[in-house]
Design a binder for this molecule. Structure first.
Ligand SMILES: [Zn+2]
Length: 548
């Protein structure tokens, strides 16, 4: 799927006339290791085209519409940080959070709206209702009889609130001992549950496994259970306390997680004889209203709209200055500077600041779901920027061509070409990059689900940096990319200015390159990508938390 290199003469002309930012060195980055890890990253010119197609030079008064170097100079770390500081102040003034459904989010939306309006964009807000969730106290799980025992436990996202004491009733299809790979279908079917007592409270015991938590819990509630305990499945990497996972939407009953070992203990006890537990959760789960902020460039072909997205919301636990103040600030500053420089997009640029991403990609899902078929056909591409300033950062590019996927699953046709815009850019700057999976963890999800090509950048979240990545990107081996991911310490002090500089410029370059491309994705005729495609129904994430 890689495109062949642009004709050399065209490159030379471009190099002389336009002082291009990327092309001359493409393929010569330091990414020796990166090549190994990332397959074909430093190949030929990206399909979006770096605008090597016409010769007018970068004259002051409006030439160089296709040379990104002026934009990259204009998008500075200082400019990005000004927005970050504004977002930090908003959080400080609103209880330390900018989560959708809170005043801190509304103030964030007002801030970006005002900035974009001042910059000449046509700004609108798209309001939608969503299920707001907040944990207001820790969960508890204790065995009352036969043997009083306290278990370590955690609330599943979207659990109901309350205290239930009742007998533990396991589902069928529990797999103990667990297999090497996930295999338990415990609770995936209605008939996995013994119908609950009509008179006595009862607690369903379910093993994590192949279907989603949402499916399991819905079946338990339908069978009449008053609370649910889900235990980790027991495969390698899935033995610890089950926490940080989501049901995906509100349920009425308390739902908590436990480790595999504790689940087995509860299972064995309940099979041996009547076993009673008390489950306690403290949550707020209610419908609230939030918005997406959308800002359209005045110019550009609306029949080819590029949606440049960053989620604007934080988690409830903190101010979200890296996640995703960083993507917000870079996207916003790029929009502002493109306008100031008078860049004339060929495609319409729609800068989108999504609400309720942290609740399960809800803003972007709402946006895509509410496009008419005709509107859907006008979306040319989606760029997504979610976390660009991680302190122990990597330069991850969404894996559009599936080169890093174990099954070679790629994004929709065009995604591979978008990936090369980023990887060529980094290679041209002598910076290594590596692919990161379209795993469903951010707002490109609803776009690739309907076949819109997507791409973007990611500096890393809670994952642990490997030795190979340290060789590529520097930083600290064995430490998370972002030690404050989803925590109260995700403040303005939780940013790498080097990351913001490098990934910010790469983002600005790709936004402009796609915006001014006159040739589209498929110059080489590869309209139908011969690549097996990702099926979003098989993803383990829809948002930041595992759904199965
Ligand atoms: Zn995020």
């Amino acid at each position: 799927m890689r495109k062949r290199a642009m004709a050399l003469s065209a490159l030379i002309v471009a190099a002389v006339v336009m002082v291009p930012t990327a092309p001359a060195l493409a393929g010569e980055g330091p990414g020796k290791g990166g090549g190994a890890n990332s397959g074909s990253h430093h190949g030929g010119k990206g399909g979006g085209g770096n605008g090597n197609h016409h010769g007018h030079g970068p004259g002051r008064g409006g030439g160089a519409n296709d040379d990104t170097s002026r934009l990259l100079k204009a998008v500075t770390v200082n400019g990005i940080l000004q927005h970050e500081r504004a977002l930090q102040r908003i959080a400080n003034n609103n209880g330390g959070t900018r989560a959708s459904g809170t005043p801190g989010y509304d103030a964030s939306a007002a801030y970006v709206s005002e900035q974009l309006t001042k910059a000449g964009y046509s700004v609108s807000t798209q309001e939608f209702e969503f299920s707001y969730f907040e944990e207001t106290g820790p969960a508890a799980l204790s065995q009352v009889s036969p043997t009083p025992t306290d278990y370590e436990t955690a609330t599943l996202e979207y659990s109901g609130s309350g205290e239930v004491t009742g007998a533990v009733i396991p589902t069928t299809n529990v797999v103990i001992p667990a297999t090497e790979e996930p295999s338990s279908a415990s609770g995936c079917l209605a008939e996995d549950f013994v119908p609950a007592s009509e008179t006595e409270p009862q607690v369903a015991l379910i093993q994590r496994g192949t279907c989603t938590f949402g499916e399991k819990i819905a079946n338990a509630v339908a069978a009449g259970y008053d609370a649910v305990v889900v235990f980790n499945e027991g495969n390698p990497g899935r033995t610890e306390l089950l926490t940080g996972v989501t049901i995906g939407g509100p349920v009425e009953v308390p739902v908590v997680g436990v480790s595999y070992a504790d689940g087995v203990a509860l299972y064995d006890a309940s099979v041996a004889g009547p076993t009673t537990v008390t489950v306690t959760t403290s949550t707020v789960s209610e419908v609230r209203t939030t918005v997406n902020v959308l800002a359209d460039s005045p110019r550009g072909d609306a029949n080819k709209t590029i949606v440049v997205g960053a989620h604007l919301d934080s988690v409830t636990a903190g101010p979200g200055i890296n996640d995703n103040g960083s993507g917000t600030a870079v996207t916003l500053e790029t929009a502002i500077q493109m306008s100031k420089l008078g860049v004339k997009p060929v495609q319409k640029l729609r800068f989108a600041f999504w609400g309720a991403e942290e609740s399960g990609l809800l803003g972007s899902t709402h946006y895509v779901a509410n496009l008419t078929d005709a509107e859907l056909a006008t979306i040319y591409a989606n760029l997504n920027f979610d976390m660009l300033g991680s302190t122990n950062y990597a330069r991850f590019v969404y894996d559009g061509d599936g080169s890093a996927d174990p099954d070679g699953l790629a994004g929709p046709p065009g995604s591979a070409q978008i990936e090369t815009i980023f990887t060529d850019y980094f290679a041209g700057k002598g910076l290594a990059s590596a692919p990161t999976a379209f795993d469903g963890r951010s707002d490109y999800g609803p776009f690739i689900a309907v076949g819109i090509p997507a791409g973007g950048l990611f500096s890393g979240a809670e994952g642990i940096k490997t030795a190979e990545e340290v060789a590529l990107f520097g930083g600290t081996e064995g430490a998370p990319y972002d030690p404050c991911y989803h925590l109260a310490c995700d403040t303005v002090n939780n940013l790498s200015t080097a990351a913001l500089n490098e990934l910010g410029d790469a983002a600005a370059h790709a936004i402009m390159t796609l915006g001014v491309s006159k040739t589209g994705f498929f110059e080489d005729g590869s309209r139908v990508a011969p690549l097996p495609q990702i099926d979003v129904n098989n993803l383990d994430y829809w948002g930041s938390k595992p759904i199965r």
